[in-house]
Design a protein around this ligand. Sequence first.
Ligand code: DER
Length: 229
Amino acid sequence: DAVNQMKKAVGDAAAQRVKSGMVVGLGTGSTTVMAIKAIGERLASGDLKDIKGVPTSFQAIVLSRELGIPLVSLDEVEKIDIAIDGADEVDPQKNLIKGGGAAHTQEKLVDSLAEEFIVVVDSGKIVDKLGSTFLLPVEVMPMAITPVTRALTALGGQPELRMGVKKAGPVVTDQGNLVIDVKFNDIPNPAELEMKINNIPGVLENGLFVGVADIVLIGDVIDGQPSVR
Ligand code: DER
């Protein structure tokens, strides 16, 4: 369908920017899956050689293994040349809300370390204001759920514990923590809110990515043809 066409178009475009010999941050989510698959195809065809991936989730690890993309840890690399990752919202200042896949803790680490962080989104993710279409994910230590819920409410949010779909009970992150999704009616200062939330004891990371994205590739379908801007 059109959204998948957009995701593939933007994933392919991002994969084309990877050069042989690079260390590539491998993000999480269905759009980034398209980019990682395209990287795998370029490796298989010989068009791309000698790259190393730094994964941001079990999803990225499993897919990279299937595709034969060699993985390295942050202890083994001097730098990350490019990170490719998705987003749930992108505002006009290229600030993001991420965490739809509950992977935003490792993602923010890898994406912010990269020399160039490329965001891959379909056009449906573009918003005027962060928080207008997506709840803000917050990764929280299990023992801290109740006090953090109170603190997020005090910040003006409406928090709710993220429940699993094919897993009974709450979603558990790759770090073994839980996720609270928070509705904020307005986020006038994303940088300030990002810091305030991360300063709540028991919070590991939240999905506001302020001043991290370098390039945003937007997939569209125009006159039935996928395009990227
Ligand atoms: O969890 C994440 O941050 C993902 O990147 C998510 O925000 C985007 O996932 P999607 O490409 O499947 O919409």
